[in-house]
Ligand binder design. Structure first.
Ligand code: NAP
Length: 153
């Protein structure tokens, strides 16, 4: 196990999360990554293989960060694999709207609020007693209007 501890990155199967995992591994941190869709397991496996090439421990599990009980399972998994030397939690998992604002179903609104807002708040609470850094992702569209992005911004 790395003396530096480990970093949890949610939404690590692709995009910014996958790139973050690889950068953290390059810096010498062990990593735990998550994905949500069954079809993404092959992708996260490859990301973790690439991370291990930096000589660190890299684990992954499936976790829906919009569900508090899944987040609790994620930390139980991470603790079992890597202990409590959690250096940082990177709450990256998120979804964007894909419809025009007034065409997006109300259930999508709820899912987005749960995933992008309440999910990161929930994971933060769960790890408050052993965390050094918590990083939430943000985006400039939060300060602008993007009609095709549903309620994302
Ligand atoms: N791309 C941009 O321009 C941009 C800019 C600034 C900020 N952001 C924000 O940065 C974050 C990552 O962006 P991205 O473009 O890299 O996203 P992406 O390519 O769409 O990847 C999203 C990741 O989150 C996972 N995910 C989605 N819903 C989840 C849930 N409920 N629980 C757990 N994992 C979940 C996905 O897993 P699966 O593979 O299993 O679906 C995937 O690993 C998002 O929060 C996004 O809003 C994006």
């Amino acid at each position: 196990m790395s003396q530096k501890g480990y970093v949890i990155v949610t939404g690590a199967s692709r995009g910014i999360g996958a790139a973050t995992v690889l950068q953290m591994a390059k810096e010498g941190f062990d990593v735990v990554g998550t994905y949500i869709h069954e079809g993404s397991e092959g992708k996260i496996q490859k990301v973790m293989e690439q991370a291990r090439a930096y000589g660190v421990t890299a684990e992954y599990c499936r976790c829906d960060t919009s569900k508090y009980e899944d987040c609790a399972k994620l930390f139980a998994f991470a603790e079992e694999k890597l202990g409590r030397n959690l250096a940082a939690m990177i709450a990256n998992a998120g979804i964007a709207g894909a419809a025009f604002f007034n065409e997006e179903p109300r259930e999508s609104y709820e899912n987005m609020i749960q995933t992008n807002l309440l999910g990161p708040m929930g994971v933060a609470q769960d790890i408050a007693d052993c965390i050094s850094y918590l990083v939430n992702s943000n985006y400039v569209t939060g300060q602008t209007i993007s009609p095709n992005g549903g309620i994302y911004a």
